[in-house]
Design a protein around this ligand. Sequence first.
Ligand SMILES: Cc1cc2nc3c(=O)[nH]c(=O)nc-3n(C[C@H](O)[C@H](O)[C@H](O)COP(=O)(O)OP(=O)(O)OC[C@H]3O[C@@H](n4cnc5c(N)ncnc54)[C@H](O)[C@@H]3O)c2cc1C
Ligand code: FES
Length: 335
Amino acid sequence: MATVKIDGGDTTYDCGSEDTLLRAALRAGLQISYECNSGGCGCCKVRVLEGEVENLFPEAPALTERDLRKGFVLACQNKCASDGLVLKTRLETWNPKLLKPARFTATLAQKIEIASDLIEFVFSIEHDVDYLAGQFFMLNIPGVGERAYSNSSIATGSREIKFVIKRMPVGRGSNYLFTEAVIGDEFGCDGPYGHSYFRDDVKRDVVLVAGGSGLSPMLSILRYLSVNPSIARGVQFYYGAKALNELNEEYIREAAVGLGDRFSLSCGLSGSEEECGDWRGEKGFIHEVVDRNLQNYNDNEFYLCGPPPMTAAAQKHLMVERKVPFDQVHFDRFF
Ligand SMILES: Cc1cc2nc3c(=O)[nH]c(=O)nc-3n(C[C@H](O)[C@H](O)[C@H](O)COP(=O)(O)OP(=O)(O)OC[C@H]3O[C@@H](n4cnc5c(N)ncnc54)[C@H](O)[C@@H]3O)c2cc1C
Ligand code: FES
């Protein structure tokens, strides 16, 4: 166990050999800024003033040559490699809603095929794990390493955790889960992480916008609201896929069954005519479907999730074109 010091005060924290600088800080209740925990966004850049670090992912796309020359590292991809490490970073105030992440074992209990290359993986866990609807976990995949997956479960102290995962064409982690993982396999899991959780203290109605595997945290929010009718919000869900065989509207509606007529679903397909088949619904990117259908933008709280180009287009549409205040838009980008 090494001690890490934050420059400019008395703050120190312990960093075990298992942990990155970011995760050890979060376990200690210290809020280093972060978003993806996966080396993709660059939100967790910190400067190393003294001591050594070990970089676990030197090719991480979020760090440039210039950052490296200036002594920046990604807190989510570096371990402490010497005692007396001093970091320069501005700690944010800890949000009391957020739970400190912890490691646990998750046993694969079920694989439910939702659509083409889209499976919901159900894991059982021995002890209650507390997390918020929409948060994500790091799943340790044998021979591959850790990958971030957003939960699709109801949350709140449950002994079950679910993830909707998309098989990527040459993805090492997702292909392992689709083809090699079998019922009963045990996986290391770490979490919860993420700031794009459902805000149950905000009274505004809810708009969910997702593409592809961005479905996962949206199912979590829908299931959470379905079993908690006292949190009575209207929910509009805009879901985008490329091809008709990637869509399963019935599965989404089942998750929202407790919402009754407070729920509406608009799906859009963005693929070729051949991929869309006999689809008679909306066509185009999902932010375009939102644009054509949503009224009174500012009355809603927004949750966006999916690949970076999809979330970027939706953010631009909401925040720039429709002037929705930034604090009403929450998002996770799936790097
Ligand atoms: C916050 C968040 C939530 C996500 N939630 C979901 C979800 O619910 N469902 C879903 O299907 N996908 C989700 N993803 C995407 C998921 O984490 C994987 O990127 C995706 O499954 C592809 O992984 P792969 O191993 O199949 O592909 P690969 O191409 O093998 O790996 C892709 C990703 O793995 C990471 N990676 C690659 N090499 C290394 C390395 N050496 N060290 C550390 N990291 C490395 C990088 O983040 C990279 O983007 C999420 C991503 C993020 C950031
Ligand atoms: S949180 Fe470290 S790069 Fe995104």
